[in-house]
Design a protein around this ligand. Structure first.
Ligand code: SAM
Length: 237
């Protein structure tokens, strides 16, 4: 059994998460493609198209990882859009920067999502994709994202959801047993034990909607993909 069960504590996990992404960085894109059969790319494309970005907008990609969302934003936004992409893992950022040659409007920065180095009301849209689940405190994170996002701007969250329908038990089995096996074969035990654990402890789409309501966001739309395996919320600040 992986040591992950001993080291991972969803209430206090940032050092563990940092180490995990630092050691996973070189294989992150390959593993993501393998375990999702490449589907994550299509879902990210659909999700980005749901966000309306006007000319001159300032967008923040939080927990950018290897930059997928920042690149999609650059491809789907007017040329004058400025995109800032942050992550706390230098190795994930190195890979993102290596892939970013053709994009002149993305600025990559090392920063902690819970303590962002930006003044209040800096961005029109703040987006986090497969990141919120990894943060120590969801409420604190959302308050921080609200602080740096302009009034009437949007926060967008994309993450693993709780699937519904007859496929749901099979999907749970896949994440709990098959995904860790793939990770083990590729020499990355920790991440693929962590993935189902972090997904299980992450609130469902319905619970997230309640959290947004408690934090006084104006309006929230939820979109489910693949029967809710992945969910996106677009939240008006
Ligand atoms: C699963 S990856 C998601 C990458 C990318 N957004 C995507 O959709 O593929 C999660 C990323 O969150 C970053 N991360 C986790 N906790 C963080 C924190 N407290 N501050 C900044 N980045 C963090 C990790 O380093 C990792 O690159």
């Amino acid at each position: 059994m992986s040591n992950t069960f001993l080291k991972y504590n969803p209430k206090k996990n940032s050092a563990f998460v940092y180490q995990m992404f630092e050691s996973l960085a070189a294989k992150y894109d390959l593993m993501n493609n393998l375990i999702t059969f490449g589907l994550h790319k299509y879902i990210k494309q659909h999700a980005i198209k749901k966000i309306s970005v006007t000319s001159g907008s300032k967008i923040l990609d939080i927990c950018t990882g290897t930059g997928d969302i920042a690149f999609l934003l650059a491809e789907n936004s007017p040329a004058e859009t400025s995109i800032t992409a942050v992550d706390f893992s230098p190795k994930m950022l190195d890979i993102a920067r290596q892939k970013a040659n053709k994009y002149s409007n993305i600025n990559f920065l090392q920063a902690d999502a819970l303590n962002l180095p930006f003044t209040d009301n800096s961005f029109d849209v703040s987006i986090i994709s497969f990141g919120l689940r990894n943060l120590n405190d969801i409420n604190q994170a959302l308050q921080e994202f609200k602080r740096i996002t302009k009034k009437d701007g949007y926060i967008v969250n994309i993450d693993i959801g709780k699937p519904s329908g007859f496929l749901a038990p099979f999907i749970r089995l896949y994440f709990t047993y098959i995904v860790p096996l793939v990770g083990k074969c590729l020499g990355n035990n920790d991440f693929y034990y962590y993935l189902p654990l972090s997904a299980a402890s992450f609130p469902s789409q319905e619970k997230l909607l309640l959290i947004y309501k408690e934090l006084d966001f104006k309006e929230v739309k939820n979109y489910n993909y693949l029967s809710g395996i992945i969910a996106q919320q677009i939240i008006k600040v």
